[in-house]
Design a binder for this molecule. Sequence first.
Ligand code: PHE
Length: 344
Amino acid sequence: MQQQIDKYTQEINNFVKATADELEAFRIKFLGTKGIVKDLFEQFKTVGAEEKRTFGKVLNQFKQLAEAKYNELKEGAGTAAESGKTEADLTLPGDGFALGSRHPLSLVRNEIIDIFKRLGFVVAEGPEIEDDWHNFSALNFPEEHPARDMQDTFFIKKNHGQDDIALRTHTSSVQVRMMENGKPPFRAIMPGRVYRNEAISARAHCFFHQVEGLYVDENVSFADLKQTLFHFVQELYGEGTKVRFRPSYFPFTEPSAEMDISCTICKGDGCNMCKYSGWVEILGCGMVDPNVLENCGINSKKYTGFAFGMGIERITNLKYVIRDLRLFSENDVRFLKQFKTEII
Ligand code: PHE
């Protein structure tokens, strides 16, 4: 009997971890109605008085050991004891999660939109896949005219003429759609992605983002254009930023100009960014050509308007000193997480 007890004691002590099923098997084996403990007590009844004295205590201890082991394993079964952790402490702080940040182009686009919204401009959008009429013809690009080469177009369908389909090369196409579908006055900006067939490098990409603007009403003059854009630049780059207008050419505006601002990096002293000239070009603009107004069904004797267009990448480069355009579309989190997150 002593030998049996020793053997089972060892077995119980070796039993350290158990699944619910193993624990139930343990209970049946040792503590069940036909289990070992019961069996030993049955045997105990039949031994002599001498042995009764020796084994009484041993047997009781053995029974307590089996019960204690069972209770201990039952408490931990399937929960914390198994995974080696203590029970979840609900007062601990939760796991933090990383907040994303806005893409720098979105930050700057939103800022541009905010400035023009305060001046009463609305936001207009249009399709990225355009027909020849909205991207070129309505904007006074004559067919086969070399001006179309200014914008290296990705054609989707080329039929030499008005049913060409292309990725839009500028968001001026949205201006056409707006004028065709409404009545003056118009005061809107058109943010969006545009495409041009250029080799990808630090300075050029096959797509970029624009914000164009349109203001059509009675008596709109070049002075309105200058004042609006001057105000825009003061808001975006700070009071005291200088502007200058240089004569230029666009088929859809007459007269046309390009606008430079005093370099935001060196404040006009000369640096790499402004090629030591103190000035950087940021946008094209002009008075809407009467032909464009007429193409869109607007009486050019009664209405005049101005338009402008800028690349968001360029505006962003000047704000954050980013020298490689490719960074904007590579999705490198080390680049992206440097920009502040807007609280929305
Ligand atoms: N559409 C011109 C471009 O993409 C920009 C522009 C818009 C110029 C409006 C003048 C007026 O280059």
